[in-house]
Write a new protein. Structure first.
Length: 255
């Protein structure tokens, strides 16, 4: 393989397991190649072995694509499995199952929206609509789902709870779909049903893992000891919640 001078510079950078680096690259500049080669170089030069590396992407499609490239690159190394590529939600699910809740049940986005729609129907939320169709109701339920997901993420840093009696959603987001009272009422029932049935939606995974790791430092230490190299693809797309998790996993490293 012919490597660019930029890639050679990255591979030639000497760093140990206690160091963090950031690689900035524009689209189409060979970012995936850099990640694959960096991973391979770290393993073959005995700096960080493949089983101590983790690569994180932001979609299942990109995760599968990068895993395919890693499998191909590591193929000639006998008895060596390439590093695992996953999304942050996938990593969160894996760590929660391994260290805290073995029988974890995860709601798909559709099941979450359907649950919210049923709750809105039970609470007679659609009474102001003129003969709403199932599609109309589902669209509104999806808006509520997206809204609570955005609120959770943006309030993580401020430590606020959107179910708190003093929380005013209009100060944070403009929405015509639901007012403060209805939003809290819908989400309170949604969370109650999830807890009752031991269910988690995707944003719950990140929140739950952060909470559990911060509460159980010994478990956090075990997780950290398993990851000496964490490579985060498309890091510019990370939100506050995702960065909080990443920083928790690598904060013991030197930057």
């Amino acid at each position: 393989m012919i490597l660019s001078e930029y890639t050679k510079k990255i591979l030639g950078y000497s760093f140990g397991v206690d160091t963090c680096i950031m690689i900035k690259a524009v689209a189409g500049s060979g970012k995936s190649t850099n990640l694959v080669e960096l991973s391979y170089h770290q393993h073959t030069h005995k700096q960080v072995l493949a089983n101590k590396q983790r690569l994180v992407t932001f979609s299942n499609a990109s995760s599968k694509d990068l895993q395919k490239k890693l499998n191909k690159r590591f193929k000639k190394l006998k008895r060596t499995k390439p590093p695992v590529v996953t999304t942050l939600h996938g990593l969160s699910s894996e760590l929660i199952k391994e260290h805290f809740i073995p029988k974890l049940s995860i709601l798909t986005q559709w099941n979450s929206i359907k649950m919210i729609r049923d709750i809105m129907e039970e609470q007679d939320f659609f009474r102001h609509l003129d003969r709403p169709t199932t599609q109309d109701k589902t669209k509104l339920a999806q808006e509520v789902y997206n809204l609570q997901d955005r609120v959770k993420v943006n309030l993580k840093e401020k430590g606020q709870n959107f179910l708190d009696a003093n929380f005013n959603i209009s100060k944070h987001f403009k929405t015509k779909t639901v007012n403060d009272f209805n939003f809290k009422k819908i989400l309170l029932e949604y969370n109650k049903q999830k807890i009752k049935n031991n269910l988690f939606d995707y944003s719950d995974l990140l929140f739950k893992l952060l909470f559990l790791l911060e509460k159980h430092p010994q478990k956090l230490s075990k997780v950290r000891n398993k990851i000496d190299l964490l490579m985060l693809d498309e890091s510019q797309d990370t939100d506050i919640l995702q960065w909080s998790l990443v920083l928790l996993l690598i904060s013991h490293k030197k930057a």
